[in-house]
Design a protein around this ligand. Structure first.
Ligand code: GLN
Length: 479
């Protein structure tokens, strides 16, 4: 059962070979024995209650395709009555008074939440080392990072602690940890999944999505998560297709674009080989491959690391020690309360982003940095639109290398930012993208990135699923 997919567990539930209570009990036992630090909070009591309710639905014929299946949410999604920490000391004592739309939708589908997964503080990071609750370890090699910021969500699936999780991807935080942990992750088009109740990092970039073993499972979970939400003003009024219906469409004639800027001489030759092999599989499936250009993509790191901190500095101003969250001891006046609550409550990386963002937005520098970054963002988006007019999907690496060592970048924030080189530009453009296990380097998983046009998640899932029908990278497990 440990490494089962949602799809196979759903069949077992339908055939009465197992029950929701049995599944929850089994996975909770594994979570208790976990050595990766993937979970911040385990919600055993609620899980058992949800599992019993799911079994009742399965018995009386009111179950849906996901009823009774276990999942865990990244601890950035508010969960009513359950601590929602966002990996921060600032929210260590915060019990959310309501649930995020995503959490509500998964619960309505009858899914059983086992707990909240570890993440970088306020989703800022690429290694999950920035969590107040400690670093998460990569189940493939516990001396290595699982990626970030949805590192707990990725590691938990890879370790078989839960069959699927939610994550969020502001600059790569679904795709990069999925790649490092050898699982499948999908960052949807901006606006496809409601951000309501998802703690804001950089609002114009944040987007929640599914993380699971297979594309088929991502389709199932995305189905539950997606849809217009009037409580999120940037939620898209777009029809939600049946993501599972088109999984088996043949790929003959599929047009794949390879952005030449991503396949340049700097690409690690071992990574290039994995991608080459993956693309060869697609050719066998009938796809046509051509080179495309994203000429401004080299500017995505500087543009992102202005825009994301700018938005973060504004979003995180609400944590002031007054309304909720951490408050310092014995403040001597209001200013002392603000300063010490924020000084003591936020970690180092979060403070760095707030400083950078505040600077970039300040009156004297707004035009030079923020406005400039927004113009660059538009150029990058335009490059993608042009490329995707010509081809159906783009393929690229997800990460420069496989998972790096814990502590490997601890004194060098810029080296950490460089880890995002292949993922950030997609967020600046608002596009959907996936990471699919594509091979290994030194016995560590690496991913293939598949990027699609706006709201074309069904095609991405189809393209990933077909690959998973002819390869077995997604079936490999750490032990
Ligand atoms: N590593 C990027 C950052 O730190 C992306 C994080 C994310 O997608 N949440 O901003």
């Amino acid at each position: 059962m440990q490494y089962s997919t949602l799809a196979s567990l759903a069949k077992q539930l339908a055939n009465k070979e197992t029950s929701a209570v049995e599944l929850a009990t089994d996975y909770l036992a594994r979570i208790k024995a976990d050595t990766t630090n993937s979970f911040i909070t385990v919600t055993e009591e609620q899980a058992m209650a949800q599992a019993k309710a799911a079994d009742a639905r399965l018995a009386d014929g009111t179950a849906g395709p996901l009823t009774g299946l276990p999942l865990a949410h990244k601890d950035i999604f508010c969960t009513e009555g359950v601590r929602t920490s966002c990996g921060s000391k600032m929210l260590d004592n915060f019990i959310a008074p309501y649930s995020a739309t995503v959490v509500e939708k998964c619960a309505e589908a009858g899914m059983v939440m086992l707990g909240k997964t570890n993440c970088d503080e306020f989703a800022m990071g690429s290694s999950n080392e920035n969590s107040f609750y400690g670093a998460v370890k990569n189940p493939w090699d516990e001396s290595r990072v699982p990626g970030g910021s949805s590192g707990g969500s990725a590691a938990a699936v890879a370790a078989g602690l839960v069959p699927a999780t939610t994550g969020t991807d502001t600059g790569g935080s679904i795709r990069q940890p999925a790649a490092f942990c050898g699982i499948t992750g999908l960052r949807p088009t901006y606006g496809r999944v409601s951000r309501w109740g998802m703690i804001a990092y950089a609002s114009s970039l944040d987007q929640g999505g599914p993380m699971a073993r297979t594309a088929e499972d991502c389709a199932l979970l995305l189905q539950a998560m997606s849809g217009f939400d009037k409580r999120d003003s940037t939620s898209a009024q777009q029809d939600v297709p049946d993501f599972s219906a088109s999984l088996n469409q043949p790929l003959a004639g599929l047009k794949i674009g390879l952005p030449k800027e991503f396949f340049n001489a700097d690409l690690d030759p071992r990574m290039a080989k994995v991608l080459e092999d993956a693309i060869a599989e697609y050719k066998k499936l009938g796809a046509e491959v051509k080179e495309v250009s994203l000429s401004n993509v080299g500017l995505s790191i500087p543009a992102y690391y202005i825009i994301a901190p700018a938005e973060a500095s504004s979003n995180l101003s609400r944590f002031d020690g007054v309304r909720y969250g951490y408050r310092c001891e014995d403040p001597k006046d209001l200013m002392d309360l603000y300063k010490r609550s924020r000084g003591e409550g936020f970690g180092e990386e979060v403070k760095r982003r707030i400083m950078v963002g505040t600077y970039a937005l300040s009156a004297g520098y707004y035009d030079a940095y923020y406005l400039k970054a927004q113009k660059v963002r538009r150029l990058i988006q335009q490059d993608y639109i042009t490329a995707l007019n010509d081809v159906d999907v783009l393929m690229a690496p997800v990460t420069p290398t496989p998972a790096f060592k814990i502590g490997g970048h601890s004194n060098d924030p810029v080296a950490m930012y460089m880890e995002d080189i292949f993922t950030l530009s997609l967020n600046l453009a608002g596009l959907p993208g996936m990471s699919v296990p594509a091979g290994q380097i030194d016995s560590l998983p690496v991913g293939l990135q598949i990027i699609g046009n706006y709201f074309d998640e069904a095609r991405l899932l189809n393209v990933a699923h077909q690959f998973q029908q002819v390869t077995d990278h997604h079936l490999r497990t750490p032990v």
